[in-house]
Design a protein around this ligand. Structure first.
Ligand code: PRP
Length: 216
């Protein structure tokens, strides 16, 4: 039996994913040790390897087959548009992709020519404004603390994830438009799905079951 490799998006998603892998009998104890700097963890009994990678890289590892399976947010999948199978909506990490800005802009975005949009998600932002709304924008790519954009006059609005809304509230910004809901997804490499269908589907079904249990 060959090893199956799972790429986990470092951070909260990885921790929640580890809880599910643990509940279906995998050994994730070494990975849960916060002081470790290791990047590859092995469960010899189940012939599984887990790798911890930056969230935006999970779809790349899975598309190229360096990982058979990935656990990653829908935001990253939408931004990266990789060629892979999205198998399960795990429902955790739920939040929304939104256009946010100063409250006085609510309902008025269409009136602004060359709207300046700052985002960590340039592809999602461009698609939403240009393809869905048919509005030309000037896109400014940022890598974090995106809420600063409208506060320091870098942009009119931002496209970003809103979870609790507290970052917006504490900075005097509001959700102006909701683009789409987001959550963690279980994704699979297309070749792995053919070669290791049985083992992967067993895992997919276990994840579906765990997700359904939580809903009840
Ligand atoms: C994310 C996101 C928002 C914030 C939303 O940022 O980009 O800034 O969380 O969460 P909230 O609605 O619960 O306040 P992250 O913490 O990843 O840091 P970043 O700004 O450096 O990207």
């Amino acid at each position: 039996m060959r090893y199956l490799t799972v790429a986990l998006a470092k951070g909260r998603l990885a921790e929640l994913a580890m809880d599910i892998f643990t509940s279906i009998g995998m050994d994730c104890s070494e990975m849960k040790d916060k002081s470790t700097r290791k990047l590859i963890f092995t469960d010899e009994e189940h012939k599984m390897k887990f790798i911890l990678v930056k969230a935006t890289d999970v779809p790349t590892y899975v598309e190229y087959g360096a990982a058979d399976i990935g656990i990653v947010g829908k935001d990253t999948l939408l931004e990266e548009s990789r060629n892979l199978y999205e198998m399960v909506d795990l429902e955790f990490g739920a939040c929304n992709m939104c256009v946010c800005g100063r409250p006085e802009l609510k309902g008025r975005l269409g009136e602004i020519t060359d709207l300046k949009v700052a985002s960590k998600y340039p592809n999602i932002a461009r698609r939403y404004f240009q393809e869905t709304k048919g509005q030309t924008i000037e896109l400014i790519k940022l890598n974090g603390s995106v809420e600063l954009g409208p506060l320091v006059g870098l942009s009119d609005v931002i496209v970003d994830i809103v979870e609790t809304g507290s970052t917006l509230r504490e900075n005097g910004l509001e959700v102006l438009e909701v683009i789409c809901p987001l959550s963690a997804r279980f994704v699979v490499n297309k070749v792995s799905m053919k070669m290791e269908r049985e083992r992967i589907m067993e895992m997919v079904n276990a994840f579906i079951e765990k997700t359904e249990d939580k809903d009840q």
